[in-house]
Design a protein around this ligand. Structure first.
Ligand SMILES: Nc1ncnc2c1ncn2[C@@H]1O[C@H](COP(=O)(O)OP(=O)(O)O)[C@@H](O)[C@H]1O
Ligand SMILES: [Mg+2]
Length: 398
């Protein structure tokens, strides 16, 4: 379990390095003190998983099982409800790792409650606030996270990338509709409901999220350097939820390209991000449609006012729905209801049998330079047709 004191600038690696190096190295700061609000503690939420209301401890109600994932601030385990035998995921937070001894965690909890029933958003089921630790009980995602999947696949096909992008945008759109900025959108924080190729996704980790009671009220430099919008570095009077749109653009780029658009060490990435120039290297992008690249360019636009909106993206040539597969856009969705039904109907657990523990999985070494060399191209070459994107795309072109 890592401790990340606020204001510490920790290192982040680009995905061309291995997954273990990339994973959760990018937290700039979770110094949310200036934004902390005290809220009522959470007692009972969805389902009948409201044991915390009865003053029970986590250990009295649950058996902790294997590690599902490690974050910069917390570890997530599978846990089994002792009475029912049902399994969930639990995020175990050591309060002492946070300033103010965990008071900030209340913001994360409050945000998750606010987003309850949101489309493609991880659901919080119960909370145990104990003196030393806080336990967030969530639905368990059997498919791991998107970074892990990326390292299994190297990169996604355009079709799979489009499906994930659409769901991610819908999730973030729901957050924004509820006046919540996520501020830490990255593949590690996007979870997959199943191991299948057409798995649903859930947006997770609301540790940096912030409720916005007025426009441009966000002040804190937080999130992960590789995914961070330029205005987080440059703003003087606050920034808006459009920082999330930038991060979505970076995520889509990484999913389809297999490497980061701003591929630098944490302490050197800021000027690249603020300049906003990135390239679609021919060896990775020649088979990707212009429609997709336009969405990426639209999101990775330095000027937040000109940056593509989520609605524009959903209505773009690339993402416009061609079928009825996707969920409705108004934020209502039935996937969680289906999960609740499944839980209620069955006492059996959501077993992860057959999947390997993340801690033991061998990291896939991803080195764009050597792959380029193999096919006779150099990564740093500017492609004649694409050139360096200066993000000056007019949204009218979409
Ligand atoms: N509900 C869940 N089901 C399965 N795995 C999860 C779940 N929630 C989180 N994880 C795994 O745990 C990791 C850390 O969780 P996260 O909430 O992002 O913590 P942190 O705030 O420390 O980054 C995630 O990247 C993911 O791999
Ligand atoms: Mg995380």
């Amino acid at each position: 379990m890592k401790t990340s004191p606020p204001n510490e600038v920790s290192m982040i690696r680009a995905p061309k390095r291995n997954a273990n190096q990339l994973r959760n190295r990018g937290l700039i700061t979770k110094d949310l003190l200036q934004e902390v609000k005290m809220h009522n503690s959470v007692s009972r939420l969805h389902l009948s998983v409201n044991d915390s209301a009865g003053n029970k401890t986590f250990d009295e109600c649950y058996e902790k099982e294997e590690l599902l994932g490690e974050g910069g601030f917390a570890d997530v385990f599978r846990c089994r409800h002792k009475a029912r035998g049902t399994t969930y995921a639990v995020k175990e937070i050591h309060n002492g790792n946070y300033e103010n001894y965990g008071e900030n965690i209340k913001d994360e909890i409050k945000t998750m409650k606010r987003l309850r029933d949101g489309c493609n958003i991880i659901q919080l089921l119960d909370v145990f606030r104990q003196p030393d630790r806080t336990f967030l009980i969530m639905e368990e995602m059997e498919g791991g996270d998107l970074l892990e999947r990326l390292y299994d696949k190297i990169s996604f096909t355009e079709q799979d990338g489009r499906r994930i992008a659409r769901k991610l945008i819908e999730a973030v759109r729901y957050c924004h509709k509820k006046n919540v900025a996520h501020r830490d959108i990255k593949p590690e924080n996007v979870l997959l409901t199943s191991q299948s190729n057409n798995s649903d996704i859930r947006l997770a980790d609301f540790g940096c999220a912030k409720y916005m009671d007025k426009p441009n009220c966000l002040m804190t430099l937080c999130g992960s350097a590789q995914y961070c919008a330029p205005e987080l570095y440059t703003h003087t009077n606050g920034y808006s939820e459009k920082c999330d749109n930038w991060s979505i653009g970076v995520v889509i780029f990484i999913l389809l390209g297999g490497y980061a658009p701003f591929d630098e060490e944490d302490d050197k990435v800021e000027p690249l991000v603020c300049e906003g120039k990135f390239k679609f290297h021919k060896c990775y992008w020649e088979h990707v449609s212009e429609a997709c690249k336009n969405v990426i360019r639209g999101f990775i636009t330095v000027d937040a006012k000109k940056r593509m909106t989520l609605e524009q993206a959903l209505d773009s040539k690339w993402l416009r729905r061609r079928d009825m597969e996707s969920l409705s856009l108004d934020g209502s969705c039935s996937t969680f209801d289906a999960w609740v039904r499944k839980q209620n109907e069955s006492n059996s657990s959501f077993s992860l049998e057959g999947t390997s523990s993340r801690t033991t999985r061998t990291a896939y070494k991803f080195d764009t330079a050597s792959v380029c060399e193999e096919i006779g191209e150099h990564k740093d070459e500017v492609d004649e047709d694409d050139g360096a994107s200066t993000c000056s795309l007019s949204l009218g072109d979409l």
